[in-house]
Ligand binder design. Structure first.
Ligand code: FAD
Length: 436
């Protein structure tokens, strides 16, 4: 291997230390004796962070201040090497991997963002190098140009680069080189984004036009809610009896009438906002979610499993089914977030089947609005050992999976959770004790 000497400056040495690790895994290493890969990589970084204005000036400084002497022609030839570019790309990917393993993802806790990469991007234009070509000449103008205009026309194209910073791993990388605009001027950031990725899908299917995806059906076995059924249609349905009655309470509390007229059950379940209410409700009611993919392949998941996997899908949700349960006792509690835009701060659904006074097969499904719907198994296990009696709501507060309720919660929210849980259990108890 070429004789690479780490920089004398302790700061620079520390700054570029991860490079050695990243380089060791590069796909395109080559042991160049004249200008070693690590020297080349280090000099590239130094060039970016230095204040020199030209490549030759940089090499001069490198020789004077750092004691690294590179032959000018060799260095500029190396800049054009395809192998070195491939090596840079490989090293860069390895740096990203290293960062991911060493730095904590600051967005990991935000369930709404799970599955998304997040970037901050910016463009940077800088003056053309003295050896860059001039702008292509425009056709001769009819009018004679002033001196100022002539100078403007002779200007060289600026070089523009767009960079993106991964907000999850803090890895900064080059995204695109600006392309010259037909009428002159710099390429705009939005144009670059469109050029690079934002493609219009070949086929767009509007689910609202598929009549098979609309409607509610019920029989002795259960209830089927098709995905494009609106929240209002569900609320108005005459089929909501037995354990399905709770859906009327849920729908009534969702936002405002104009929203309920438009929002669909499928959208509420799959939109990946952690705060929508149907996910916890369907989890609590032990619903099944039915999907179909582009090849017509169908598959079914329990709502619980779907939200355990952070509600990720590349399929279409066609309908939801819930088994009929004539004996279940169900309560629902919801606290709104603000008085202005009605979205929930928290919601909770509890379902149990009383055997005599004993809670059995209890399901407690919680929406803490910052993570996807989940069950509180600690509370369920406690309740399943208890009889309906006064004071149970208060006692149950010592048997919670606190991590669900504490997650990004203010004292107010934690308090409202406890009030909601206590009242929900007391309501279940009362329903059972006053049953004739
Ligand atoms: C002001 C406001 C207040 C709200 N308040 C509440 C509230 O209090 N409680 C509550 O629960 N919700 C509330 N919502 C959410 C609302 O109920 C809707 O569920 C949500 O906005 C999604 O809209 P949509 O149903 O029209 O779905 P869309 O906007 O049509 O879809 C959302 C996304 O879901 C996915 N999607 C939709 N349908 C399917 C499908 N069949 N298969 C696969 N993917 C699909 C797509 O990725 C789509 O991009 C509120 C919304 C607003 C705007």
């Amino acid at each position: 291997m070429a004789n690479y000497q780490a920089p004398n400056s302790p700061v620079l040495a520390r700054f570029i230390a991860p490079l050695t690790d990243a380089y060791s895994g590069s796909q395109r290493k080559y042991d160049c004796k004249a200008l070693g890969d690590l020297d080349f990589l280090e000099s590239g970084i130094s060039r970016c962070v230095s204040a020199v204005t030209s490549g030759r000036d940089f090499l001069q400084q490198l020789a004077d201040c750092v004691g690294k002497l590179f032959e000018v022609t060799l260095f500029f030839k190396a800049l054009k090497s395809r192998r070195r570019l491939a090596n840079l790309i490989s090293v860069n990917l390895n740096v990203a991997r290293l960062l991911r393993s060493r730095l904590a993802d600051p967005f990991a806790e935000i369930g709404e963002l799970s599955g998304f990469d997040i970037y901050a991007g910016d463009g940077h234009f800088h003056e053309a190098a003295c050896h860059d070509p001039h702008k292509p000449k425009k056709p001769k103008p009819a009018k004679k140009k002033t001196n100022g205009e002539r100078q403007k026309q002779a200007k060289k194209l600026q070089t523009g680069h767009f960079f993106i910073l991964g907000m999850r791993d803090h890895h900064l990388r080059h995204y695109a080189l600006a392309e010259p605009r037909p009428g002159g001027g710099n390429e705009h950031d939005m144009h670059v984004l469109k050029r690079k990725g934002a493609k219009t899908p070949e086929h767009i299917v509007s689910l609202s036009k598929i009549s098979d995806l609309k409607g509610i059906e019920a029989n002795e076995d259960g209830l089927t809610i098709k995905t494009m059924t609106t929240i209002d249609e569900l609320f108005e349905s005459l089929l909501l009896d037995d354990n399905f009655k709770v859906l009327r309470t849920v729908c009534r509390n969702i936002s405002t009438q104009p929203i309920r007229n438009m929002a669909t059950v499928g959208g509420n379940l799959t939109c990946r906002y952690t705060w929508t209410e149907m996910p916890a409700v369907m989890t609590g009611l032990e619903a099944n979610m039915h999907f179909i993919d582009t090849t017509g392949q169908k598959n079914t998941l329990t709502a619980e499993d779907f939200y355990k996997n952070n509600a990720k899908t590349d399929k279409i949700l066609t309908h939801v089914t819930i088994k009929r349960d004539k004996t279940a006792s169900i309560v629902y509690r919801r606290v709104k977030k603000t008085a202005y835009v009605d979205i929930p701060l928290l919601s909770i659904i509890m379902k149990t089947s009383f055997k005599g006074k004993r809670f059995t097969n209890t399901k407690v499904s919680v929406n803490n609005c910052v993570a996807f719907a989940q069950r509180d198994n600690v509370l369920e296990d406690f309740l399943n050992t208890q009889d309906a009696r006064e004071g149970l709501g208060q006692e149950a507060l010592d048997h919670l999976n606190e991590s669900i309720y504490d997650k990004r919660s203010s004292d107010y929210k934690k308090h409202m959770f406890r009030v909601s849980i206590k009242n929900a259990i007391n309501e279940l108890v009362e329903q059972q004790l006053t049953k004739k």
